[in-house]
Design a protein around this ligand. Structure first.
Ligand SMILES: Cc1cc2nc3c(=O)[nH]c(=O)nc-3n(C[C@H](O)[C@H](O)[C@H](O)COP(=O)(O)OP(=O)(O)OC[C@H]3O[C@@H](n4cnc5c(N)ncnc54)[C@H](O)[C@@H]3O)c2cc1C
Length: 409
């Protein structure tokens, strides 16, 4: 509906993509963001991977089996601090329930369809003028390194299944890993049992993309303004209440508030099962280009990812269920620094590393919640977990298609 006002709550990558997709359809868009700048939440310094073929959710039978070991080992990539809140335990119950093979297959299939839409949508957006050198967008491919040969049969089964769904991935042996990424030291490839190579995977600077989408959308940006409630008329949401006491009228409201969405929507009795899963990253200036990887590397055992974004290497990892705590824990940052130095010695200026921690807005089953709510005029685009950068463009395109089908666009 050209000329109507859509208000997007949250200017992370998902809100930014939503604003851009709506503006393309002729909406007048306002973005309300609690932080003083866009892209300061989970989207600020994430792994930078457009991981279109690696969408399997966190909740799998293998994860359930590994969980006790992870929780008992202080160095493991996973940490859990139990909380009293009933929503926390409901989420955990949902996570355990989602670890069934049939459910994992169903979610993975749905996420592969969404990621294919995302790839096509972002490609079209970049081609229509969004592309810029500052985005550091490339298609270097992704190499996942496995340390134990025992993992190979399971990985091969997964790849065969995903191949039938359109993913082009193959298992490679250790010497070929080094041919694909010559910056990997021989010492490392000797400890690698095999790798999985996906040449079609891409990287992009998520924060730069968030800024570019918001700017290109032409949205009216209300930065530093926190939404504290909703204005309702009957069964319809007609606006937002802001922290300063003012009210912002809206024809349609789209909540893209990442890990804060659950609390924001609770008074409306719109249940969104989202728990923050904390992760860390380091952004390291590349000192010796030949020693730094061009290809995206994932260390499967440590669950760490390495992405070259132009002049810097981004290394990211860890999954901690510790509430909304975004503190930078020195041991986690030291582990990222040590892993970078071990895999790519001399590549980066470790002393100039910029540390970061962010909260993945995770649903128990790994699927985002996109679409209408019980309130007319209120929509969701939330819960993208570890894949928000990958899925943002497709999620925005899907939401706008739903709004169009509902005759509001
Ligand atoms: C360490 C790490 C590595 C990752 N690596 C990757 C990767 O390589 N590839 C990938 O695809 N994904 C990755 N992710 C996941 C990805 O970063 C997230 O899924 C994505 O950023 C979520 O985006 P979002 O817009 O939903 O949330 P956010 O980016 O958190 O944005 C939500 C915004 O809403 C605002 N907000 C909240 N409440 C209100 C309110 N009441 N009023 C106004 N504003 C509000 C917040 O201030 C925030 O800016 C990673 C995440 C982490 C933590």
């Amino acid at each position: 509906m050209t000329g109507s006002r859509a208000v997007v709550v949250g200017a992370g990558i998902v809100g930014a993509a939503t604003a851009y997709a709506l503006a393309r359809e002729g909406w007048r868009v306002t973005v309300v963001e609690a932080s003083a700048a866009v892209g300061q939440g989970a989207s600020a310094a994430n792994g930078g991977q457009l991981s279109y073929s690696y969408v399997e959710p966190l909740a799998t039978p293998a994860a359930l089996r590994a969980l006790p070991g992870w929780l008992l080992n202080a160095d493991s990539p996973v940490r859990w601090r139990p909380r009293a809140a009933a929503s926390h335990w409901r989420w955990l119950g949902g996570f355990v329930g989602a670890c069934r093979t049939a459910q994992v297959r169903c979610t993975t299939e749905a996420l592969l369809a969404l990621s294919a839409l995302s790839r096509a949508t972002l490609k079209a957006w970049l081609a229509e003028g969004l592309a810029a050198p500052s985005l550091q967008h490339r298609q270097p491919g992704k190499l996942v390194l496995y340390r134990h040969a025992s993992a190979r049969p399971g990985v091969e089964r997964q790849l065969a299944w995903q191949r039938a769904l359109g993913c082009d991935q193959r298992v490679v042996d250790a010497p070929e890993c080094r041919q694909i990424e010559p910056a990997l030291p021989e010492l490392i490839t000797r400890s690698v049992a095999f790798g999985v190579w996906t040449s079609s995977e891409e990287v992009i600077d998520g924060a730069a993309l968030t800024r570019a989408l918001v700017t290109a959308s032409g949205a009216d940006c209300r930065l530093g303004e926190k939404v504290v409630g909703f204005e309702r008329r009957g069964d319809r949401v007609v606006g937002l209440r802001l922290a300063g006491g003012s009210v912002l009228a809206a024809d349609q409201v789209i909540v893209a508030a990442g890990p804060d969405a659950a609390a924001l929507l609770r008074p409306l009795r719109v249940p969104v099962p989202i728990e923050p899963i904390k992760g860390y990253s380091l952004t390291l200036p590349v000192r010796q280009a030949a020693r730094a990887p061009q290809v995206s590397i994932t260390d499967a055992a440590r669950k760490m990812v390495f992405a070259r974004l132009g002049p810097v290497l981004r290394v990211a990892g860890f999954a901690e269920l510790v509430g909304h705590d975004r503190a930078l824990v020195p041991a986690r940052l030291a582990a990222l620094r040590e892993a970078t130095n071990r895999l790519f010695p001399g590549a980066c200026d470790l002393d100039a590393a910029v540390p970061w921690a962010g909260l993945r807005p995770a649903t128990p089953d790994g699927a985002p919640r996109i679409g209408a709510t019980r309130w007319r005029g209120l929509w969701l685009n939330v819960g993208h977990g570890a894949l928000g950068l990958t899925l943002a463009a497709g999620s925005a395109a899907r939401l706008v298609a739903m709004m169009r089908a509902d005759d509001v666009v």
